[in-house]
Design a binder for this molecule. Sequence first.
Ligand code: GLY
Length: 383
Amino acid sequence: MARTDTDVLVIGGGIIGLGVAWRAAQRGLAVTVADPDPGHGAAQVAAGMLAPVTELQYGEEPLLRLGMASNERYAAFAAELSEVTGLDTGYRQTGTLAVALDSDDREELRELHSFHQRLGLESHWLTGRECRRLEPMLAPGVRGGLQVTGDHQVDGRRLTAALVAACERAGVDLHRAEVTELLVEAGRAAGVRLSGGEILRAERIVLAAGSRSHLLPGLPEGVLPAIRPVKGQVLRLRIPEQYAPFLSRNVRAVVRGQHIYLVPRADGELVIGATTEEQGYDTTVTAGGVYELLRDAHELVPGLTELPLVETNAGLRPGSPDNAPLLGPTALPDLIAATGHYRNGVLLTPVTADLLAEYLATGATPELAAPFSPSRFGSKVPA
Ligand code: GLY
């Protein structure tokens, strides 16, 4: 009898787990994904901005390298997914305009621009008038902005639907069940128990359960740091045909210290995001959250109050202690992490999938993944 049921078992069928499963199956590995509802993670809520440059934070240069590497792979990743599934992913090379509404914001953006220039990133300073020439719906008071031509967008919902279909076509076994326990035998991750009691054994297990990754029953203490759920409330508006093109690119700003972004899709959807709230596993949409998003978005683009509001929802970003992802082997042999992507899960899907598949196929950690080793938090080998 075989020692295992599958080469690779992926716990969690969100965008990251599906991406890893697809790429691993393409490397010839037998792959199973365990998730009660594959495709229904935080990417269902995300706006899908691919923004390694406009979301750059000081001190996060290794993350920038990873984000840029993923951004560079996106066009080919999306095209390959469309080719194998016949599904559109909503990938759009729009670029992004980050604008300032007052002189403090303008100074902050100028600082960001200098930082971009020091790092050799593509980013152009525009006057308020030049910003409005690009995006006539912007408020007349816009004081200047940064045009970042390489920060694009994808539709997280279409992308996950395409990943589910691509996994099925590549022979990935989508096991629609909840993992209730990680089984550790002889000091290694050996399998999982599923709701209903079934046991699945695997050579290697990839933990890609987003903000619930560290809560997996049976996971020995100290193997993974706690992942924080960081709630983001998001609105979806519809741009009627007579208003199109309402916006031609992603538009973002900092309003009263809060980041706001507007992502216009080719199909007429306008996504407005997002709040940043740390209050546990709560995905309630609140009146205050919706009010703040609409208030700030209205300051940026006053005409949007005319648009139909079609959806409000909230998702949980998986935040690691340093807000960078955990990629690669953990201190528990045969348990591999692909989690903690925080604000960048959609952006980092192609590179995470490639790096994890490379590790699973060869046993060697790719150089790009090295700074994101789960062991950087001092995880212990369980006794
Ligand atoms: N990357 C956008 C967000 O997390 O809100």
